[in-house]
Write a protein that binds this ligand. Structure first.
Ligand code: ZN
Ligand code: ZN
Ligand code: ZN
Length: 157
């Protein structure tokens, strides 16, 4: 099966729809509530494949709904993070929607420094090699997040 590449133009509406569908499925399974606010935050994050900062989400949401407390946003983000629906990119201090939250995977990303698009690594996982190395030096990994910066196909042409 050929993987859908985020490099190419695609119908982004279906990305958003899929994200919401997956969120509903996971919430149901975990018996947690995907409140309208949490749904809105997820939709805003899925506005593009570019990472978005918490304060940007806050300003978009405030324009839509009037004043929203920052704490509400952070709680919503924590909820979405916990369910694996979004990821936090540590190096950018921003959030990105997970395109396959229903499968088990780790946080490994390619980040284009030109257009800011983020792609998750799906086929190769360097984490096992890293774990071995950590064992050797008796290092406990708490956040196995890998962020590789570079230039995407779209921007190289
Ligand atoms: Zn898309
Ligand atoms: Zn993911
Ligand atoms: Zn790019």
């Amino acid at each position: 099966m050929k993987k859908k590449s985020l490099h190419h133009p695609h119908n982004h509406t279906s990305c958003i729809a899929n994200a919401i569908l997956a969120a509903e499925k996971i919430s149901l399974k975990k018996k947690v509530q995907l409140t309208p606010l949490r749904r809105d935050i997820l939709k805003i994050i899925w506005g593009s494949h570019k990472p978005i900062k918490a304060y940007t989400i806050l300003s978009i949401l405030s324009k839509k709904k009037g004043v929203v407390a920052p704490l509400t946003i952070y709680r919503g983000l924590d909820f979405l993070l916990e369910l694996g629906l979004i990821h936090r990119l540590e190096s950018l201090n921003a959030f990105i929607g997970c395109p396959h939250p229903l499968s088990i995977h780790r946080s490994q990303f390619f980040i284009c420094t030109t257009c800011q698009d983020v792609m998750e690594m799906t086929t190769v996982s360097p984490i096992n090699l890293i774990k071995k190395e950590a064992e050797v030096i008796n290092f406990t990994i708490t956040e196995p997040i890998i962020e590789i910066k570079g230039c995407c196909q779209k921007c190289r042409i």
